[in-house]
Design a protein around this ligand. Structure first.
Ligand SMILES: N[C@@H](CCC(=O)N[C@@H](CS)C(=O)NCC(=O)O)C(=O)O
Length: 233
């Protein structure tokens, strides 16, 4: 009998989006709770994830956290779907790519959390170092989502594109290759449908709201750009 699955996620969290996308790709039945983890950590989540982190997947009465751990567990349980290659070398190369994507998310986090122009620039520098290594991979549009790498690529591209728009193109003016990344919200029918299911509506606006509420450097950046827009209108 299939286990009962319940996911604690946060709609705008890339790591939660990955797991929702995987559960959809596997056509698994699951229930979902959206937790705005930066303003609330419900007791039900803390019981399973003492740090109150999402995504946390409840599997019957057990739980798993960390998107890559959850993904690898799903890949093993649903081996026939070949979310990871059966060939040891290919599988290692897939995981190498996923690790690089993880580092790009780390740089994105540094940007989002930046308190000062200096830390914002540190994040941009980190992203500028990692993205060229991934550029070729990210540029190639995923037209059918069938592996963990597809999910990891698709979510990273979507986060970067939406964050770039939320920050009034501050990312793509520093790293112009971003402009060539596929827009999966306007992609082939099958992928766009999947993306619409798991990516929040108005993702860009929701990211903007998150940044403004965080009141860090990005909030200043948005506010100053906003003033510039108002003045030039
Ligand atoms: N490496 C983790 C990252 C998860 C993560 O950072 N989740 C954030 C939301 S995007 C979170 O739960 N933050 C709450 C907190 O740090 O208190 C994964 O891949 O699942």
């Amino acid at each position: 009998m299939s286990p009962k699955l319940h996911l604690y996620g946060y709609d705008i969290c890339p790591f939660s989006i990955r797991i929702r996308m995987l559960l959809e790709v596997l056509h698994l039945d699951y229930s979902y709770t959206n937790v705005e983890v930066y303003t609330q950590k419900p007791a039900a989540l803390l019981k399973h994830s003492p740090m109150g982190k999402v995504p946390t997947l409840l599997v019957d009465i057990e739980s798993l956290s960390e998107s890559s751990v959850i993904a690898r567990w799903l890949a093993e349980v649903y081996q026939e779907q070949q979310l990871l290659s059966r060939n040891a070398w290919q599988k290692a190369k897939q995981q190498e790519l996923m690790e690089l994507i993880e580092q790009a998310h780390g740089a994105v986090s540094t940007i989002i959390r930046s308190e000062s122009e200096q830390s914002f620039q540190t994040g941009i520098n980190e992203l500028s170092t990692i993205l060229p290594v991934l550029h070729q991979e990210l540029r190639e549009e995923v037209t059918h989502v069938s592996t963990l790498v597809d999910v990891w690529k698709l979510v990273l591209c979507s986060v970067i594109r939406n964050l770039d728009c939320a920050l009034n193109k501050a990312l793509s003016s520093a790293i112009p290759q971003i402009r060539n990344y596929p827009n999966y919200q306007k992609s082939s029918v099958a992928v766009a449908k999947l993306v619409a299911k798991v990516l929040p509506h108005h993702y860009e606006l929701q990211l903007r709201e998150l940044l403004i509420n965080r009141a860090g450097y990005c909030a200043n950046l948005i506010a100053s750009e906003h003033k510039v827009e108002q003045l030039s209108a």
